[in-house]
Design a protein around this ligand. Structure first.
Ligand code: FES
Ligand SMILES: [Fe+2]
Length: 436
C-alpha cells in the first residue's frame, strides 16, 4: 500500500479560513491500516520512562503500536527495547508486567535469553543441525531506541532521523518540566489503563482542546473553586471567594514542528512545583515559596515564571501527551481498531519533594485526570459520542478552523489540531518518506 488513494482528506484553505477533515479518516479500516504502515511504522513512539527500570535487570512489558516489547535495563545499565517474541516458535517471552530478572526464559520450550537478548540456553542443543547458530537466534532489538531527559522512545524504521531531530521544539518544553523539578523526575508507581471506543486521533485533539474545557468540565471547575474558597475560609483569610484566577480564554498555542504542539496558560489553580494553592494546606505555603525562590535564583525570573505559573498540555505526534498542570501526566495510547484505543497514563513527579506535595499531586492526578476522576470520564463520553455521531450519513467533515487567520493562537483556538492533521496528511499521503 502506498499513499495513492488517500489524498483529499483535508479541506485546507487558509485564504478562505476553511479547515475540515473527512470523517472517513476516523472510520475507514483502510485508512486505519495505512496509518499503521505510514505513521506507526515510521515515526518515534513513546516506550517508557527511564525511572521505571532503575536497576540492572529491571524490566517492564509494553505494547507499542500493537507490537509486544520488553523494555529492560541490562547488566551494565543500558536501556534495551526488544521484541517480546521467542525466536524459536513465537511465544511471548516476558509474561509479567514488570520485575527484575537475570535472564528471560521462554515458558514453552525453555530457551533462555540474557538481558541484551542473546540466546544463552537451548535444551538439548546437540539435536540441531550444523546450520543452527545461537548468535543468530537472539531476541530481536527494535530498530531504534533513544531517550531524551529520561523519556525513552522507539522507532521501527531503521532509516528514521534521530529522536532529537524528531522531537524538534518539544525538547524546550521537556527541558522546562524536568528542570523545574530541580534535577530528576520519576514515574510514580502504578498506571491508569482503560479503553475508549473512539478513533485514536480524537484523544490527541482532546488533549489540548481548550475550547471544550469549560462546557465539558464545568463541574470540576466549580468543585475546585468551592474547595479553594472553603480552604481559605478555614485559614481565616478575609475574602473566602478569592479562589484564584478563573478559567479564561488566555494563553497561547505554539507549534513545535513535525506535528507537535503545546498550549500554555496561567494555571487557574495551584501548581505543586511553585504556585501555592490553599488546597495544598497552610503548612505548605513556606515550602512552595522556597521552591519558587530557588527556581528564580537558578533560572531567572522569566523561566521561573514559566515553570511555576504556567500550565501546559503538549501533544507529541502521534500519540503521546504530557499534561503539565497540577500534576504531570504522561499519557499514551495504542490504536486497537479504527474505533477503539487502549490508553495508559502515568504520573510523573519530582524525585525530591515533600510527602505533602506528593500527596497534592496524587490527589489531582486521581481526581482530575484519572479514569474515575472529574475530567477523564467526561472526555471519554465526548470522544465516544463523536465516534457514534460519525455514523450519521450526510455529514462528511468535521471542522477545526477556529482561530484561522488570527495573529495569536490561543488554547481555545484550533491551530494546534490543524498542525497535527497536516502532519498526519503528509505521512498518510506519503509526502514525507523519512520524517525529519
Ligand atoms: S517458543 Fe520459545 S522456546 Fe519454543
Ligand atoms: Fe477534557
Amino acid at each position: 500500500m502506498n499513499g495513492a488513494g488517500f489524498s483529499g482528506l483535508l479541506l485546507d484553505d487558509p485564504a478562505a479560513g476553511v479547515f475540515r477533515y473527512a470523517r472517513t479518516a476516523l472510520t475507514s479500516p483502510d485508512i486505519f491500516a495505512r496509518e499503521h504502515e505510514a505513521i506507526f511504522s515510521k515515526v518515534w513512539l513513546y516506550l517508557g520512562h527511564e525511572s521505571e527500570i532503575r536497576r540492572p535487570g529491571d524490566y517492564v512489558r509494553r505494547t507499542v503500536a500493537g507490537r509486544p516489547l520488553i523494555f529492560a535495563r541490562n547488566k551494565t545499565g543500558e536501556v534495551r527495547a526488544l521484541y517480546n517474541t521467542c525466536t524459536h516458535r513465537g511465544a511471548t517471552i516476558c509474561r509479567q508486567d514488570a520485575g527484575n530478572a537475570k535472564a528471560f526464559q521462554c515458558f514453552y520450550h525453555a530457551w533462555t535469553f540474557d538481558l541484551d537478548g542473546a540466546l544463552i540456553g537451548v535444551p538439548d542443543e546437540q539435536s540441531y543441525g550444523p546450520g543452527f547458530d545461537r548468535s543468530e537466534m537472539g531476541l530481536k532489538p527494535v530498530a531504534k531506541c533513544e531517550s531524551y531527559r529520561g523519556f525513552v522512545f522507539v522507532c521501527f524504521d531503521p532509516y528514521a532521523c534521530s529522536l532529537i531531530a524528531y522531537l524538534a521544539g518539544v525538547t524546550d518544553y521537556l527541558d522546562l518540566i524536568v528542570d523545574s523539578a530541580e534535577g530528576e523526575m520519576e514515574i510514580v508507581l502504578g498506571s491508569n489503563q482503560y479503553t475508549i471506543r473512539a478513533n485514536w486521533k480524537l484523544l490527541a485533539e482532546n488533549s489540548y482542546d481548550g475550547y471544550h474545557a469549560l462546557p465539558t468540565h464545568e463541574t470540576y471547575f466549580k468543585y475546585v473553586a468551592s474547595m479553594e474558597a472553603d480552604a481559605r475560609k478555614k485559614m481565616g483569610e478575609i475574602d473566602p471567594t478569592a479562589a484564584g484566577e478563573s478559567f479564561t480564554a488566555t494563553g497561547e498555542a505554539i507549534a513545535l514542528g513535525n506535528g507537535h504542539a503545546v498550549t500554555q496558560k496561567i494555571a487557574p489553580w495551584g501548581r505543586p512545583i511553585a504556585r501555592w494553592s490553599p488546597l495544598f494546606g497552610a503548612e505548605t505555603r513556606d515550602e512552595v515559596a522556597e521552591v519558587r525562590r530557588r527556581l528564580v535564583a537558578r533560572y531567572g525570573e522569566e523561566r521561573a515564571r514559566l515553570m511555576a505559573d504556567m500550565s501546559r498540555n503538549m501533544v507529541i505526534f502521534p500519540n503521546l501527551v504530557v499534561n503539565d498542570i497540577m500534576a504531570v501526566t504522561v499519557r499514551t495510547w495504542d490504536p486497537l481498531q479504527v474505533d477503539e484505543m487502549r490508553v495508559t497514563a502515568w504520573h510523573l513527579a519530582p524525585t525530591r519533594e515533600s510527602a505533602r506535595m506528593r500527596e497534592a499531586r496524587l490527589d489531582n492526578f486521581l481526581t482530575f485526570l484519572g479514569p474515575g476522576g472529574f475530567a477523564t470520564p467526561d472526555d471519554v463520553e465526548a470522544l465516544e459520542s463523536c465516534q457514534q455521531g460519525f455514523a450519521a450519513d450526510g455529514v462528511t467533515h468535521s471542522d477545526i478552523s477556529r482561530g484561522v487567520g488570527c495573529a495569536t493562537q490561543r488554547p481555545v483556538d484550533e491551530s494546534q489540531m490543524r498542525g497535527y492533521w497536516r502532519r498526519w496528511r503528509d505521512l498518510v499521503e506519503g509526502r514525507v518518506e523519512v520524517p525529519a
